[in-house]
Design a protein around this ligand. Sequence first.
Ligand code: ATP
Ligand code: FE2
Length: 336
Amino acid sequence: MKKYCLGIESTAHTWGVGIVDFEGENHSIINDTFMPEKGGLHPAMVREHHLHCFADVINKSLSDARLSLRDINLIAFSQSPGLGPVLKIGALVARMLSQILNIPLVGVNHCIAHVEIGRLMCNIKDPLTLYVSGGNTIVSAYESNRYQIFGETLDLAVGNMIDSFARDAGLSHPGGPKIESLASKSEKYIQLPYAVKGMDLSFSGLYTAAKRLLESPKFNDKYTLNDVANSLQETAFAMLTEVTERALAHTEKKEVLLTGGVAANKRLQQMIQYICDEHDTRFEAVPLKFAGDNGVMIAWTGVLRYLSEGGHEISETIINPRERMDQITVPWRIDK
Ligand code: ATP
Ligand code: FE2
């Protein structure tokens, strides 16, 4: 008989519920995402959003999978990293379900889940991963029983940087897809700060310079918003590509995986594809549906951990808003 895991994603704006079976087949993916009318994410408002919709999303996910709570064998939830007040809602609901149903509970690191869903969906074994989203910018690969970090942002995450610029340009959240569309209409490149420091990246100077271009008297005279969008993307993505290529040369991995919400961007995909071709390396981008935050990636990573080391005790399921992906071991990756 099939065994099922229900996964809860609750690190930031998305309350996501996913159901997978222990073989990795996906049975349901339902998201309810908080959209701020303006400005960034206020944890108290996101928490209210999640508290409002959590039961509804769980019920929809179960009915989508044609299952009832009694068919679920394992509960997984995002334990780290993320917004503390928001993580707590996921942890609370997950603990409650596990105790009421008397089934095991597993806490999952959200960043590792982005890698694991990519490995599953793209049928890829041992990739170098470029994980780019609103909250994270990380180049990582498996080495010595951990997902080691080879490069990361020192300040803003690339998705957040693009969203902030888009907001300054009067575009609604999320700005990433809108900036992609505007950028595709321009071929003009305006020089912007390119900041790669060792293997790490810094996007704050780029953001400030792009914002200044919008405020300059030359805006809409010498160049347009499309041109600035194009220059911003070209600069940010070239930085990401440089660090990814160097990590690829260092690790000698034979596969590259692009994941996180920004993985949807066709121009970024094109640039990473280019270096993969140069290095005779397979390139995969996680399918759109699974690239952003979702409960399926949490459920699947929960299954992997549970099958390799069992469930967590309640005392081990305290949230950890700042945990890095290289702080924990990934026992399911050890070659037996
Ligand atoms: P995390 O918690 O992992 O940091 P997140 O909360 O940012 O993730 P995701 O759904 O993984 O959530 O990513 C959302 C980000 O992806 C937003 O910054 C959004 O603008 C960006 N994004 C989505 N589509 C595109 C695109 N086509 N081009 C660029 N950025 C995009
Ligand atoms: Fe995410």
